[in-house]
Design a binder for this molecule. Sequence first.
Ligand SMILES: C[S@@+](CC[C@H](N)C(=O)[O-])C[C@H]1O[C@@H](n2cnc3c(N)ncnc32)[C@H](O)[C@@H]1O
Length: 296
Amino acid sequence: MVEGNTVANTLKKILDELEEGDLNNPFLDAQLLMTYVLNVDKTYLFVHRDQILEQETVDKLMDLVKKRKKGYPLQYIIGKQEFMGLDFYVEPGVLVPRPDTEILVESIIDRVKAMGHTGNKINIVDIGTGSGAIALSLAYYIKGAYIYAIDISDKALNIANKNCKDIGLEDRVVFLKGNLINPLEKFHLDDRINIIVSNPPYIKSNEIAQLQTEVSTYEPKLALDGGDDGLDYYREIIPIAKRYLINRGILAFEIGYDQGDSVSELMKSEGYVEIDIIKDLAGMDRVVIGKIQKEN
Ligand SMILES: C[S@@+](CC[C@H](N)C(=O)[O-])C[C@H]1O[C@@H](n2cnc3c(N)ncnc32)[C@H](O)[C@@H]1O
């Protein structure tokens, strides 16, 4: 083995350090930190195992490793998260898009396909858009989708706008600032929206502190806190969504693992039909999706 600050030795040093933290995947984190600082891809690390790194590079890496070890989200360090095959820029102040949320996006794409969609205009609203992950991936994968993406946070909207430009979807996505669906008021879209989607804050207020440090300490509370029982946003969105949805328009939510029955019941009591609860790969409830029945 070559001595000194080689790629392989430094990777091992980083891994040893990260393994002392409370992280889910220190090996992957070590690789990603290194590819980020060296500005290379993962293959490079294997092919150039014996390359000697400058001390300055190692110092920079070890500074980031210290941050990561304390739970600072990797995605905030490297400035991105992949979602639905697209790269989303993220920074502190916006929720890092989660792989589980892809289930919500996929369930909508499946329903749109099942309706025999051929690219005609579909109006979609995304409430609490954050980085724009849901809104922009729906616009990217559904031809003819026109998206109104709403958030109450200026920070989130700035980041979502940047992502929209980077992906090149400015002609089909508009970002609106305000509370829940209120910013739609001025567009006169009653009975004209085909799909309303939301991944709202749904963590019970008193459970936020118990989440992993990287979530509880570093991600925005505004993106997490769903009130005493976690259901505050569903209670507000389900009745007001009816005003904007077309007859048999879709309402789809991401939900917490124990909220499938409560959210389905809330939807049923407001006249939604064909409600499905979709599970994630861990077998937990993750999405509730249904249609509003306005006419018989
Ligand atoms: C759980 S995050 C979801 C972010 C993004 N859609 C995703 O799935 O990665 C919830 C988002 O709702 C926004 N939000 C919180 N309260 C809101 C409100 N009253 N009206 C609109 N957006 C709100 C937060 O700023 C945050 O961006």
